[in-house]
Design a protein around this ligand. Structure first.
Ligand SMILES: *Cc1c(COP(=O)(O)O)cnc(C)c1O
Length: 381
């Protein structure tokens, strides 16, 4: 483990360990599942909160060459880290910013005729047909050319002539729900769009899309969450390795009598004499307040001393409380409890908190120590 964090683990209270070799294993696994298709990586949002620089370098070492960010600023940052990467900006071309994209060799995923005309016009000034992707909307109704607008673009020969379209892409709305009829509908619409730009590489699948079958893989797949340990096969066991491990340190243990309550609002009441432990991690550290205890058969839990213990009372800004009565071994001040990691998977914790793994990861706070395990350097193991 090496620390890229200015915060020493012993002083931070909470520690976030990021397993770079697990990210590499996940990329290789997805690459092997994508058949002949190239496997890229979505690294927007600071690599889903896990740190763009170490994550992008580890992916590059594993063999990844095509990267997707959301914003031009994220692209600029990634360009410094990976001079040789192909970098697509998913939010398209920002007005008046073509020169910025060209300077940093960023490929906008163009979403409208306006953007395409601006990119082609800048290419004319620049003296070079600049590379880009075309993003068609096949049914998610979010970003991209509608199919009639796409037909309009193809008919605009002056614009098409003055740019270099290196990728045709679209995005699935329901890939995490394989039987959903919109998947096949989007795939078929995408195939019609592809037939109008023969020879241009195509990309449709995100993480879950890779598991919808060969006819979703096309030429390039764009996984994000699965690289970071999220389950891309919602109905099946998670084939991915856990990447992020968030641990809180125990600050104090104490006994609570039957009938007493714990935490703000006195929302949890002891039904027996209870041994509690107070962990130094709270919502400031990215532990959602919605992980607070509630009456249910599957209460939110943490992992400590070799087993799961329920979270009790409300998660507060800097701390949370767990019930360690049933632990066989005593836990002590300074011991760490896993809030997310190999034993508490991000999808499970997210569902307790009423959210998704994406939001959980991207909201992880900045107050803990971040420890990165060394990536595999040869890329072959
Ligand atoms: C974020 C994103 C991805 C990656 O999605 P995951 O579900 O995290 O695999 C792929 N394509 C586009 C357009 C995206 O915005």
């Amino acid at each position: 483990m090496n620390s890229l964090s200015p915060i020493p683990p012993d002083l931070a209270g909470a520690v976030l360990s990021i397993d770079l070799s697990a990210i590499q294993k996940n990329w290789r696994y997805l690459n092997s599942h994508a058949g002949k298709s190239e496997c890229g990586a979505a690294v927007k949002g600071n690599a889903y909160g896990l740190g763009i620089a170490p994550v992008a370098k580890a992916l590059w070492q594993a063999g990844c060459r095509s990267f997707f960010v959301a914003r031009p600023m994220e692209g600029e940052e990634l360009r410094e880290i990976l001079p040789g990467a192909t970098i697509f900006v998913l939010d398209g071309l920002f007005p008046g910013q073509a020169e910025f994209y060209a300077q940093h060799n960023l490929l906008p995923a163009l979403i409208s005729i306006e953007e395409a005309r601006e990119w082609a016009a800048f290419g004319r000034i620049y003296g070079r047909k600049l590379p880009c992707a075309i993003h068609v909307d096949t049914g998610i109704n979010r970003l991209g050319f509608s199919l009639p607008e796409y037909a309009g673009l193809l008919a605009d020969t002056a614009t098409m002539r003055d740019m270099n379209v290196t990728l045709l892409m679209s995005h699935l709305a329901c890939a995490d729900d394989p039987p959903h009829p919109l998947n096949a509908k989007q795939r078929d619409a995408f195939n019609v769009a592809r037939s109008k730009l023969p020879g241009v590489p195509a990309s449709l699948a995100n993480s879950s899309g890779i598991f919808l079958g060969k006819d979703y893989a096309h030429d390039l797949v764009r996984p994000g969450i699965a690289l970071y340990g999220g389950n891309p096969t919602s109905a099946l066991a998670n084939p991915m390795q856990a990447v992020a491990c968030l641990e809180g340190a125990i600050m104090q243990t104490r006994n609570v009598e039957t009938g007493e309550t714990v935490g703000y609002g006195a929302t949890w009441q002891a039904r027996r004499e209870t041994r509690i432990a107070v962990l130094g991690a709270g919502y400031k550290d990215g532990v959602p307040r919605s992980l607070s205890s509630r009456e249910s058969n599957s209460p939110p839990q943490v992992f400590v001393g070799g087993r799961r213990c329920p979270i009790i009372g409300r998660v507060s800004m800097d701390m949370m409380v767990i019930d360690v009565t049933d632990l066989h071994l005593p836990v002590r001040r300074g011991d760490r409890a896993e809030i997310l990691g190999p034993n508490i998977l991000i999808d499970e914790a997210a569902s307790w908190a009423g959210t998704i793994s994406y939001e959980l990861l991207t909201r992880l706070g900045s107050r803990y120590a971040r420890l990165y395990s060394e990536p595999d350097s040869d890329g072959m193991t």
